[in-house]
Design a protein around this ligand. Sequence first.
Ligand code: HAM
Length: 402
Amino acid sequence: MAACELPKTPENERVLSDLPQALQALEQSRDGQGFDHNLDWVRQLMDTLRIGDSLTLRPEATASVVRAYIEHTMYNEGGIHKLYYIGPMFRRERPQKGRYRQFYQIGAEVLGSDHPTIDAEFLEMLALFLERVGVREYKLLLNSVGCPKCRPAFVEVLRQALEKVKDQMCGDCQRRAETNPLRVLDCKVEADQPVIENLPHIIDHLCPECGAHFDHVTKELQQRGVPYEITPRLVRGLDYYTRTTFEMTSDVLGAQNAFLGGGRYDGLSEMIGGPPTPGFGVAIGEDRLLLMVEQAATLKAGDALDVFVAWMGDTAQQPAMQLVKTLRQDGLRVESNYEAAKLKKSLGQANKLGARFAVIIGEGELASGRYQVKDMAAAQQEEVEPERIAAYVKEKSQKGSH
Ligand code: HAM
């Protein structure tokens, strides 16, 4: 931007387009009628006007990493480069839970090979990372978006299919059907979903090389024991992708359910003036990952209790206290009600604390000398002698955890 030029922000553009009208209205109201109102209008516009440097905030870092790789001629070193970054990114999006204008990404990129083993190993690494941070409730969505050789033909097939159905779709889809048909697949409007379900799938239109690449990736994921779901709609918003694309989503996140995403971008280096350098990478949305880690930690804390001893009636208190003590001596994590309570209330508390088992001691149990042991998750219960309860719980817990 040259000195003295106004930054071309959307706010400034609006001021510049409204200002002539506001000034004209002010001029015309000089006799008094509406003058104050029009003066306010002009003042408001002038207050909105921003004069200063134009700043560009990065929305992501894959392109920057590739640019740095080119700038520092890292390709001269040969071989494969594995790089990572952690930092704030900025997007002018409508904020909501899990979607911010400043958010944080942990990114990793592998540059220098288009071998499908890279893709599979990378996805396995992500699964391992998530296991380490205690996150288990998620899905890996997988697709291939082909390459510049096969994608244009698919876009044409899609455009033709859209021609027949676009009138039933939202305004955005109608526009995208002309300008960028692939983005129609991204649409989240509820009413459009049945139409989108029936559109052609890009993986059925891959060239032989892209098809073989995708087959190799999926086969290796199976061999490595990494579960995935092929998701034909996953085309991703950024236009540098080729072949494998993926996202991981979780129901605990709400509407913004993707906590990481990425894929292969074999043509990006050439697009920004570098030598051909295939690449594959991910960006983890750190804010969303933390929401998931918090959620997983809550579940873990809930799991931490082995037994809740629920006793009813004063005569049960003493035997209950005795049982709590012996179970604790046996190394189990145990809680109990401190005063006589109704069974329903005690079981509710056991549930809240995430107890794996509840032991129920009431009049009937005292008379028979066998207590009810309830498996809270399976909603089954069995009668067990007090001295056998610790062994019973340990044995069942071990079976349950395999
Ligand atoms: P992306 O899908 O645009 O990919 O972003 C990756 C992740 O960043 C998303 O899955 C999400 O968790 C998080 N994210 C995106 N926007 C926001 C936001 N406004 N607020 C909070 N979190 C957000 C990329 O950025 C690519 N550079 C990934 C990549 C790396 N592809 C190849 N290498």
